[in-house]
Ligand binder design. Structure first.
Ligand SMILES: CC(C)(COP(=O)(O)OP(=O)(O)OC[C@H]1O[C@@H](n2cnc3c(N)ncnc32)[C@H](O)[C@@H]1OP(=O)(O)O)[C@@H](O)C(=O)NCCC(=O)NCCS
Length: 137
């Protein structure tokens, strides 16, 4: 499948529609609005996209990188019609390359339960020493 990847500032409604279509919000406890998504994307210093030959947004990745050692990938979503075609893997590799020197930058992320197999398939290592702190009930 032909697609183009780049670093870009995304239009909030466009990316919100993609995230909803991807199913990313299906199991979340809190309601996520387009304004929440806009704030999150505006507050991230590395946003990468994949678009098809007609310019349609088919995948997005939102990350926070220090361009030195650590890059936290907070969102990755592929449109249902583009899933299973290597877009997710390509966009993560592209994001890694944009986040700093790929030989020095480590990518961290929290996987949705149903996506664990994806990260294992593309070579991510499962860590036993990650922690989180939150008050979400
Ligand atoms: C998870 C997601 C990003 C994967 O993107 P994708 O473009 O469909 O995946 P790719 O086509 O790049 O797959 C790369 C490899 O992972 C495998 N894979 C993809 N999804 C998988 C899954 N859910 N379980 C196991 N393996 C999976 C593919 O078979 C492929 O393996 P191969 O290289 O041996 O052929 C996409 O399905 C998605 O957006 N899901 C909904 C949102 C979501 O869960 N995002 C992640 C939140 S942490």
């Amino acid at each position: 499948m032909g697609f183009t990847m780049k670093v870009e500032r995304v239009v909030h409604d466009e990316v919100f529609s993609l995230l909803v279509a991807s199913g990313l919000f299906q199991d979340v406890t809190l309601t996520v609005t387009a304004a929440d998504v806009g704030q999150a994307f505006d507050g991230s210093n590395l946003v990468t996209t994949a678009r098809d030959s007609g310019g349609k947004l088919i995948a997005v990745c939102r990350a926070l990188t220090d361009f030195t050692r650590h890059c936290f990938v907070a969102t990755l979503a592929v449109h249902p019609e583009a899933k299973g075609k290597g877009v997710g893997k390509s966009l993560l590799n592209f994001t890694h390359a944009q986040a700093g020197d790929p030989k020095r930058i480590v990518i961290f992320l929290h996987s949705a339960p149903e996506s664990v197999g994806f990260y294992e398939a593309i070579g991510f290592k499962r860590e036993l020493t990650c922690f989180s702190l939150n008050n979400i009930s």
